[in-house]
Design a protein. Structure first.
Ligand code: UDP
Ligand code: MG
Length: 308
């Protein structure tokens, strides 16, 4: 019998744990030829998530949990689950039921057809804020423009991976993991299925604007050094401007013998270029920070306890 592992990161999800476990159980009761395990990764929750997990694990043998020592973030939490998954295929999904468990059937069907990675493409329903929908669409456009991997618009972390793919991910030693980009970058035989993201069952989204920005920067800088090239091109462009401007100035003062005045425009130019230089320094800094994080070789996450 083939075994399917479901990996679910959970940060303050006390109200959703047993809901999602029930829904998954129902799905597998109709899939007779598969065994399954659910690995919950408690990512430093401050509510009763841990207690709920322990209760559930006592009741159902398919429930496993990994408690991290603090909040490491969504991506490291998923990585933790992948590292310990034992199934022939591993499905990662959110705890808040925005990823409908019923789709597991379709994911498995595609896997049985021979695909190694089955990703899902999310379309937002009307209830989700316009801002979130638009910003997410814009982000993916921007990402494919300035990086070397193509990430599908509406990419989510609801995805099935064959165990051979999971092995590859397990052996990756990246300080900043970004699974959406990584799974695209790895290749293999991939296919996608669409779904409509629902509302959170209970609780609140942990992603605020600040976290989303950080996630966006991580995604861009983890997969491309294009921003560095852009900085260099910008430098060349402005140097060319300066050369032309200087030429005009020389002609004015030595040939036409007129002085060009303009203190205000001078200051504005200095401030403008000061700003551009700081932005570029910042971009270089982000990459430097990544190298710094990478050379320290700290683990992506630390486990406080687990029940297996
Ligand atoms: N999550 C996590 N660690 C975090 C933030 C989120 O493990 O630091 C989990 C969360 O419990 C959920 C999933 O990641 O299962 C997606 O988070 P959320 O629903 O807050 O994000 P959104 O759906 O709003 O993008
Ligand atoms: Mg959510």
């Amino acid at each position: 019998m083939k075994k399917i592992s479901i990996v679910i990161p959970a940060h303050n999800e006390e109200g959703n744990i047993s809901l999602i476990q029930q829904r998954i159980r129902e799905v597998f009761s109709t899939l007779e030829n598969y065994r399954f395990e659910i690995i919950f990764v408690n990512d430093g929750s401050r509510d009763n998530t841990q207690q709920k997990l322990e209760e559930l694990a006592n009741q159902f043998e398919e429930v496993k949990f990994i408690e991290l020592s603090r909040n490491f973030g969504h991506q490291p939490a998923v990585k933790a689950g992948l590292d310990y998954a034992t199934g022939n295929a591993v499905i990662s999904m959110d705890a808040d039921l925005q990823h409908p468990p019923e789709l597991i059937r379709d994911l498995i069907r595609k896997w049985e057809e021979g695909f190694d990675i089955v990703f899902t493409v999310r379309t937002y329903p009307k209830q989700i804020s316009r801002f979130k929908r638009k910003s997410s669409a814009l982000y993916y456009k921007f990402l494919s423009l300035i990086s070397d991997v193509n990430i599908n618009e509406g990419g989510s972390d609801f995805r099935l991976m064959d165990s051979s793919v999971v092995d590859v991910v397990r052996n990756m030693n990246e300080a900043d993991i970004f699974l959406r980009g990584l799974s695209n970058w790895m290749g293999f035989k991939q296919t996608g299925i669409p779904f409509t993201a629902g509302e959170r069952a209970t609780g609140q989204s942990s992603y605020n604007l600040k976290k989303m920005m950080k996630f966006a920067f991580t995604g861009i800088t983890a997969f491309s050094v294009k921003p560095l090239y852009m900085a260099a091109y910008l430098g060349f462009l402005f140097s060319a401007f300066a050369v032309v401007g200087y030429g005009i100035y020389v002609i004015h003062s030595f040939v036409a013998k007129t002085e060009i005045s303009g203190w205000a425009s001078l200051i504005m130019t200095v401030v403008f270029f000061g700003g551009i230089q700081l932005i570029i320094l910042g971009i270089i800094g982000i990459y430097l920070g990544k190298i710094f994080k990478q050379v320290k070789e700290r683990p992506n996450y630390i486990i406080r306890s687990k029940n297996f």
